[in-house]
Design a protein around this ligand. Structure first.
Ligand code: COA
Length: 180
């Protein structure tokens, strides 16, 4: 896009590439809410599944990516990827100008500000962390809580896309264990 300033000079406006990273084990409606809103704010949004060796996940990385792809396919400027290692390295290698984070409650804030500040010191370019307030109806859910409720026979409708719900049930029925 070409922008013309007050003096008539033309500037090329770079497209804004945003990143939303997380474990997505699996993706929930709280995440979808953040993705829908962020995808309207930026030219493109990459949802990146993080391979975190410190977190025992229920779904494999490939499964988490497949679920996230399926449930976001209706958003044309959203793509799903995965990475391992430092988020800042992934940001630098892919020239993201914005990293989106969702804030559910004050309990998220301290951890998030610490991460954002540490990451900021590692970014090569002027990447900004942008926080979106999670819709109140999702402020108390997490992927772990949904898996726990499902594994104990509770209803998880409304908290998670139908496809992800189906995948949780299939995995539990085929012997998958949720035991965090
Ligand atoms: N709605 C519903 N649930 C939400 C949510 C929302 N809007 N936002 C977050 N959650 C849930 C997640 O499902 C997750 O649940 P779980 O713990 O039961 O799995 C929980 O809240 C925490 O989410 P988040 O803070 O996004 O953690 P995460 O593990 O999904 O992602 C990373 C954290 C991957 C972004 C971070 O660990 C990272 O950057 N890792 C890479 C290594 C690195 O760079 N480390 C240095 C950081 S300074």
């Amino acid at each position: 896009m070409v922008l013309i300033d007050f003096s008539g000079e033309e500037h090329i406006k770079m497209k804004t590439k945003a990143l939303y990273a997380g474990s997505f084990d699996p993706i929930t409606n709280g995440h979808i809410n953040i993705i829908e809103r962020a995808s309207k704010m930026y030219d493109s949004l990459t949802v990146a599944v993080v391979v975190n060796p410190n977190k025992k996940c229920f779904f494999t990385v490939d499964e988490r990516v497949e679920i996230a792809r399926k449930v976001t396919e209706y958003m044309p400027n959203v793509e799903v990827d995965s990475f391992s290692g430092l988020l800042a390295n992934y940001v630098n290698e892919n020239d993201f100008s914005v990293v989106v984070r969702g804030l559910r409650a004050t309990m998220d804030f301290e951890n998030e500000i610490q991460m954002a500040q540490m990451n900021a010191s590692l970014y090569i370019n002027d990447t900004e962390t942008v926080f979106l307030m999670t819709d109140p109806q999702y402020s108390y859910i997490s992927s772990s809580m949904i898996k726990e409720v499902a594994s104990l026979g509770g209803r998880i409708d409304g908290f998670i896309p139908d496809y992800a719900k189906q995948k949780i049930h299939e995995k539990l029925q085929s012997g998958g264990k949720y035991n965090e």
